[in-house]
Design a protein around this ligand. Structure first.
Ligand SMILES: [Zn+2]
Length: 536
């Protein structure tokens, strides 16, 4: 069968090459999963318990399998600032779903509830098996408010809490998890490049031959209804839901070519819209012009710059910032433009211009604490990038250089972007005290957030800089584990075990503790790899 030659990775990457203009794939990417596979398929049924829905742990394993590939995709992006913003919306939604009883303790424990950002400019968010969610920067770039983003995330969250995915998969019970995983990766790739259409589903011919299995209309209505409850109970404005529908509807009027997977398979029925409008309080306007908040405007600009790094687009930001009409715009809009212009200059490696735009930004954000914080983080990024290029000089200045200018004062409540910036500054500054502090801060963060691969990576850099080779390798291994790359993790743990121990080292006992942690972790990872190999 052709499908056995299907290489999701190769397909995924090749399709990513061609970037497409902004388009709406929309809130629900639909996974085409074939029903009735033709002919007998070996290894069928391992998913199924008693013939009912896929079990939560089987679904999680399937999700892990898919996400392991996504992490290797060059379009995967962990931008701490945007991640922090999305988490600020996501966590209240999770809490609300928990309080409402939509998210059961069992499911909460079994599933990942993790959002993965993709650099892609297409407007898309989607739920994957096992409680993973994909969000494209294109979506962050077009939402007009936190509420609109919350409406999309609430809807996707509800598809998962309602076990819609497991219901779809259990219907296609002739497929092995491997095949379903491959198909979902193929569908994701297809959604990124509508031009490729069906032609790209080379190996997954079962898909095109048998049509697509979508979330049913009932499932969509349920996800709308529960998502609406989750989002409003989390404190977001109901208008966000309507605003998002309006955007989708406008897009569907513009794009009727059939080249857009979402609009083809997942139309915005008037019924769905009427349904949502009936949930709004009586007398609420059907659509209101939303003025984005200052922070939202800035982070939307960030998403746009990061998802569209072409030089024309970057120069466009600077032109916008110099436009005489900008002064007449609302402060939030000005802040967005200056932020985008500073980011664009940063990408063009023009530190002078970046600092200039930042200074303009700082004047506009003065009354807004969160916007000021965002501006400060951006300032640190600019200085990091600028001094990175003069790094030899910085290092040569060495220990007597005094504290790094602009080094943030660490607080126990520091947010993730702050912690990671601190770590980068410390690595760059190369001073013992700064590195110790940053490493300690990361360690306590990682106790609470052991899945944070980027934090592990910066911890590894700090350890390497401090000549703590064993710890650096272990931290690198943990970063691999967090991305579900157990083979990569094992490599690093083996390298750590193979390191010659320094005889009579001052830190012999610390080394001994590290070595035994590494031994334990190696056994655990080997077990995980073994389980993975036994999966069908
Ligand atoms: Zn949906």
């Amino acid at each position: 069968m052709l499908i056995h030659q299907f290489k999701p990775k190769a397909l995924f990457v090749s399709v990513l090459k061609k970037k497409t203009a902004l388009f709406f794939v929309a809130a629900c990417l639909v996974f085409p999963i074939s029903l009735n596979a033709q002919g007998p398929v070996a290894n069928a049924l391992p998913l199924l318990g008693d013939g009912s829905d896929m079990s939560a742990s089987a679904e999680r394993r399937l999700g892990d399998r898919i996400v392991r590939e996504l992490y290797r995709d060059p379009d995967f992006i962990d931008d701490p600032v945007l991640t922090d913003y999305v988490q600020g919306i996501w966590q209240p939604l999770l809490t609300s779903a928990r309080v409402r009883g939509d998210l059961t303790p069992e499911l909460e424990e079994r599933f990942a509830w993790r959002i993965i950002l993709g650099r892609d400019r297409s407007v898309n968010a989607f739920a994957l098996p096992g409680g993973y969610f994909g969000v494209h920067l294109g979506l962050l770039a077009v939402v007009s408010s936190r509420d609109e983003l919350a409406s999309v995330l609430g809807h996707e969250l509800s598809h998962v809490t309602q076990r819609h995915i497991s219901r779809l998969i259990s219907k296609s019970n002739q497929q092995t998890p491997w095949m379903i995983g491959a198909m979902i990766l193929g569908a994701l790739a297809a959604s990124k490049n509508p031009d490729a259409g069906n032609a790209l589903i080379v190996g997954g011919q079962a898909l095109s031959a048998q049509g697509q299995l979508n979330f049913s209309r009932d499932m969509e209505r349920e996800a709308d209804r529960i998502g609406f409850g989750v989002m409003t109970q989390a404190g977001f404005e109901a208008q966000g839901f309507v605003g998002m529908f309006d955007k989708l509807q406008q897009a569907s009027r513009l794009n009727d070519s059939g080249a857009y997977p979402y609009l083809r398979s997942h139309p915005l029925t008037t019924e769905r819209i009427a349904d949502m409008q009936s949930r709004l309080p009586l007398g609420a306007p059907h659509a209101v012009e939303v003025t984005p908040g200052m922070t939202h405007a800035m982070l939307t600009a960030r998403a746009r710059v990061l998802s569209n790094p072409g030089s024309d687009a970057l120069r466009g930001w600077l032109a916008q910032a110099d436009d005489a009409g900008l002064a007449r715009q609302a402060p939030a809009q000005q802040a967005g433009v200056f932020y985008g212009a500073a980011m664009a200059a940063l990408r063009m490696r023009d530190a002078v211009q970046a600092r200039e735009q930042l200074a303009r930004l700082q004047k506009v954000v003065l009354d807004d604490v969160e916007a000021m914080r965002q501006a400060r983080w951006l300032g640190l990024e600019i200085e990091l990038a600028a001094s990175d290029r003069s790094r030899p000089r910085l290092l040569a200045l060495g220990a007597e250089a005094g504290p790094e200018p602009g080094l943030p004062v660490m607080a126990a409540t520091s947010r993730r972007p702050e912690l990671l910036l601190q770590a980068q500054l410390a690595v760059q500054g190369g001073q013992a005290q700064g590195m110790d502090q940053a490493a300690q801060a990361l360690q306590s963060w990682l106790v609470r957030q052991p899945q944070d691969d980027l934090a592990w990576q910066w911890l590894a850099s700090l350890y390497a800089q401090q000549n703590q080779g064993l710890r650096a390798l272990r931290a690198e291994a943990e970063a691999r584990v967090a991305q579900l790359d157990y083979a990569g993790a094992l490599d690093r743990l083996k390298a750590a075990q193979d390191r010659p121990r320094a005889p009579g080292a001052v830190n012999a006992s610390a080394d001994h503790i590290d070595a035994s942690i590494i031994d334990t972790r190696r056994r655990q990872i080997e077990l995980l790899l073994k389980e993975q190999a036994q999966e069908p």
